[in-house]
Design a binder for this molecule. Structure first.
Ligand code: THU
Length: 160
């Protein structure tokens, strides 16, 4: 038996002012994207902004439905939009901001497991790290690859 440990590295910023300009812009875009949230059931408004490798910035927001499971998170909304409309262009950085109504959470809202799995797939597809920025009013976290928020990624249908 061997005891093992998985550790992750990430950067915590006190505010977007400490970030490089491209990331600051993406934070602003994720916050703006919350305006597109359709969340009459949870009232939890999530915005996501995705920068593609060619510099294009796309926005998405959570979309709910009276048949609850039919809704979709902000992150998957923007990633699937990018996959459908910008095929072949790698994903560079995804920024996410969530909160009740007009408020943004103090501590960064973390993406759900299903969204992390979708991030992992696009990261593998494009063969380059997808950076993740999670936004709170007290702090902003930046991860340099999906593996850091989804250790032990499921990415193979082969039994080894
Ligand atoms: N939601 C997201 O958009 N992203 C996440 O990572 C977590 C949750 C949405 C789904 C639902 O519309 C609302 O937040 C409450 O769960």
């Amino acid at each position: 038996m061997t005891e093992k440990r998985i550790t992750i590295d990430y950067v915590a910023y006190a505010s977007a002012d400490e970030m490089e300009p491209r990331d600051r812009e993406l934070v602003a875009a994720a916050l703006e994207a919350r305006q597109g949230s359709y969340s009459p059931y949870s009232k939890f408004r999530v915005g996501a902004a995705l920068r593609l490798a060619d510099g294009t910035v796309l926005k998405g927001a959570n979309q709910e439905n009276i048949a609850y499971p039919s809704g979709l998170c902000a992150e998957r909304t923007v990633m699937f939009y990018a996959g459908a409309n910008y095929p072949g262009i790698p994903f560079d950085t995804l920024a996410v901001a969530g909160g009740n109504g007009d408020e943004v959470c103090e501590m960064p809202a973390a993406p759900c497991g299903a969204c992390r799995q979708v991030m992992a797939e696009y990261q593998k597809l494009y063969g380059q790290p997808l950076k993740i920025i999670l936004i709170g009013t007290q702090t902003i976290y930046k991860f340099s690859r999906v593996d850091d928020i989804l250790p032990l990624i499921f990415d193979s249908l082969k039994v080894e």
